[in-house]
Design a protein around this ligand. Structure first.
Ligand SMILES: Nc1nc2c(ncn2[C@@H]2O[C@H](COP(=O)(O)OP(=O)(O)OP(=O)(O)O)[C@@H](O)[C@H]2O)c(=O)[nH]1
Ligand SMILES: [Mg+2]
Length: 320
């Protein structure tokens, strides 16, 4: 007699869901690494992606300078214009490399940081800028860390089959963009497990409060999944992700906006966690706080989670 996840009944069908940029692909990559030892097959193919991340950061930096009233000298303004007009093709031409170098060596970042500690720039901008010199080298092969720290929006369905702790998992990530969220249910093909990824650092983003675009978003996306009859029987794994970014951004943040009794980052995290866990029946979910870009921590936690999920389902296969 086999059960889901064993060879005879096929893999544990797992949906990987969450809002845009919460870390679903990062989760997929950690699972792939667990299975194959590598996060992706061909790291050299990701040079274009990390370069694009650098371009986006510099395109956004100009807006940040303007909003923070940091004066941009003429030469640097011209560099911003050149980067804005550039259509990214296969290799960076010298003029783009020169513009990036000029802006990187300028004081613009420091001047912005002196006015505001956390800048409204793409995720992991400090890391990516520190890697810009390598990324501009045409023959550079991004490291696994470079790939994990950069962002490229998932389009369509991303499917991987992995074995973890002796169980097979058929993982299906669906993009978090709202256009895609409307289509998610079309692909709910009798799943056994839902992995829901939550970006904890949202709590330190002003867009989370006072009618900002993040207000109530993740909780309401989650609620509609919990209430979906197609998911009535599934197990849930809640991954509260980006704990590193949360710890960095939460310093000095006023969490009373979230609830008046919250006075520390830890209390805010627990409060937010409970907004999700109280919606699920006891014994049907696992929850963990993690940083999915951290290999050692993620591998330890995910291995432990999937061992427990596998064992639980082996003992009570009818629930799956
Ligand atoms: N610092 C930090 N960055 C993270 C973490 N997890 C993910 N990221 C970054 O967050 C961004 C989005 O991660 P993805 O895994 O691509 O997010 P996603 O949920 O797949 O996004 P979509 O496919 O667009 O819905 C990337 O820049 C990742 O490097 C984390 O734990 N810490
Ligand atoms: Mg993705």
């Amino acid at each position: 007699m086999g059960s889901a996840g064993s060879v005879s009944r096929g893999p544990i069908r797992t949906l990987v869901l969450g809002c845009m940029s919460s870390g679903k692909t990062s989760f997929m990559r950690q699972m792939v690494k667990n299975h194959t030892k590598f996060v992706v097959m061909k790291r050299e193919y990701y040079l274009y992606c990390v370069q694009l991340n650098i371009l986006v950061i510099y395109r956004e930096l100009r807006k940040v300078c303007n909003n923070l009233e940091v004066l941009i000298p003429d030469e640097q303004l011209e560099a911003f214009n050149t980067i804005d007009e550039y259509r990214h093709k296969e290799k960076f031409p010298d003029k783009i490399k020169d513009c990036i170098k000029l802006l990187k060596d300028s004081q613009l970042f420091d001047l912005c940081r002196m006015r505001q500690r956390i800048l409204p720039l793409p995720q992991n901008y400090n890391y990516l800028i520190s890697r810009a010199d390598d990324f501009m080298n045409d023959s550079f092969v991004p490291t696994e860390n470079d790939i994990m720290m950069s962002y490229s929006q998932t389009a369509g369905l991303y499917r991987e089959e992995v074995t973890c702790q002796g169980f097979k998992f058929d993982l299906l990530e669906m993009p978090g963009h709202h256009i895609w969220r409307e289509r998610w249910t079309q692909h709910f093909d009798d799943p056994n497990l839902v992995v829901f990824v939550i970006d904890l650092s949202e709590l330190c983003d002003s867009a989370f409060y006072d009618k900002g675009h993040l207000e109530n978003k993740t909780v309401s996306v989650f609620s509609s999944l919990v209430n979906n009859p197609l998911l009535a029987k599934v197990y849930w794994l809640l991954i509260f992700n980006k704990i590193d970014t949360f710890n960095d951004h939460s310093a000095g943040f006023d969490f009373k906006k979230l609830a008046s009794h919250l006075d520390t980052g830890d209390s805010a995290k627990s409060f937010y966690r409970s907004q999700f866990t109280t919606k699920l029946p006891k014994g049907k979910f696992f929850a963990h706080m993690v940083s999915l870009v951290n290999f050692k921590e993620s591998q330890t936690i995910l291995t432990d989670m999937f061992r427990r999920i596998g064992r639980m389902h082996r003992e009570r296969p009818n629930l799956m």
